[in-house]
Write a protein that binds this ligand. Structure first.
Ligand SMILES: Nc1ncnc2c1ncn2[C@@H]1O[C@H](COP(=O)(O)OP(=O)(O)OP(=O)(O)O)[C@@H](O)[C@H]1O
Ligand SMILES: [Mg+2]
Length: 320
């Protein structure tokens, strides 16, 4: 029973920081928020940035650090993307804004994906924010601040969140590894960074699904991500460029059949590697054009084996 429960635990939740002190990087945000926690007050805020970099996490940490054990009664999270129109603002959001806070001076409304709201809904939101600004602080989260109307942008403190650096992704992965008693190789850490591109939700999910395969190595990480390994792709295209077509083809089949990758996975991998090849710029450009053409054919239902072999033949031509 215990084993089953442990299996079902989701690491992104288990390792979500509980206080601002546990947040990795995003220092420009964390330091300002800590100062506001000390003061006991803060303005409405807009958190803008890519997925999995701590927007929701930091809002939750702020609520905990500010309100202590009362935080749950005074924090409401709503997702704007389920209902993008004005009704969500007039309904759920206003209802919560009207409620009295419990044991605190104000409460926090966290609105996820606020850039999904229509401009009319955003106007209504702006009015609600003003009307309840004594008793409520709004934290709006979005991917693109440009999709938020100007009157909201100018009435909020805007924080831009960055993707996490390689060092930070490592720190987070090692924190999980320690908690789970996992050994994670250095190669695997590098692979996690490369695939996650600084998105810590992706990093945690990769680690968790990879660990379900037994141990965490570069291979299990790429396998869990269903992505081609850069060195396999490199070996394949460099063989083709060098005129060793049989070698290139063997590598291709290994990826498609043994590793079970899709044609799209392989072509994406080729696209990632092509700029690093030691080739004149104009040849790279021709290859990029070909990659686009063959990707289109694959999407139209062309056979991956045939289309990718044909693409390798194009590489062979350019290598001459
Ligand atoms: N800066 C960070 N420090 C520590 N953990 C983080 C950080 N950012 C993200 N995480 C981890 O990644 C998970 C996802 O982060 P979070 O939910 O905060 O992302 P988000 O920025 O709100 O993304 P989305 O735009 O998809 O809502 C969290 O559960 C947490 O474990
Ligand atoms: Mg979020």
């Amino acid at each position: 029973m215990n084993g089953v429960v442990m299996q079902l635990e989701i690491w992104t939740e288990k390792y979500r920081p509980k206080t601002l002190d546990e947040v990795i990087d995003q220092k420009h945000v964390v330091s300002r928020l800590k100062a506001w926690v000390k003061k006991g007050s803060f303005p409405h805020m807009l958190f803008a940035g890519p997925a999995g970099v701590g927007k929701t996490t930091i809002a939750l940490c702020l609520a905990r650090d500010m309100f202590g054990e009362n935080w749950k009664h005074n924090f409401q999270e709503t997702n704007a993307s389920d209902e993008r129109g004005i009704n969500i603002v007039r309904g759920r959001i206003k209802d919560f804004a009207r409620m009295k806070s419990m044991g605190t001076d104000f409460k926090i409304i966290f609105l996820d994906e606020s850039d999904a709201l229509t401009p009319e809904a955003q106007q209504a939101l702006r009015r609600t924010m003003e009307r309840f600004s004594n008793s409520c602080r709004f934290i709006l989260s979005c991917n693109y601040s440009s999709r938020i109307i100007e009157p909201i942008q100018s009435r909020t403190s805007v924080f831009r969140f960055k993707r996490l650096s390689e060092e930070s992704v490592r720190e987070y992965a090692l924190r999980i590894a320690k908690g789970e008693g996992l050994s994670v190789s250095d190669d695997a850490l590098k692979a996690i960074f490369e695939i996650s591109e600084g998105d810590l939700r992706k990093a945690a999910n990769l680690l968790q699904s990879s660990s379900a395969l037994g141990k965490v190595t570069k291979e299990t990480i790429y396998e869990a991500a269903a992505q081609s390994k850069p060195e396999d792709i490199k070996h394949m295209i460099e063989s083709a460029l060098a005129g060793k077509f049989a070698d290139a083809r063997k590598k291709l089949f290994e990826m498609l059949i043994t590793q079970g990758l899709s044609g799209e996975d392989v072509i994406k991998g080729i696209h990632r590697e092509v700029f690093d090849l030691k080739l004149p710029e104009e040849k790279k450009i021709q290859l990029v054009e070909k990659i686009g053409e063959f990707e289109f054919r694959l999407n139209q239902g062309g056979s991956p084996e045939i289309q990718l072999e044909a693409l390798l033949a194009q590489f062979m031509k350019q290598g001459k």
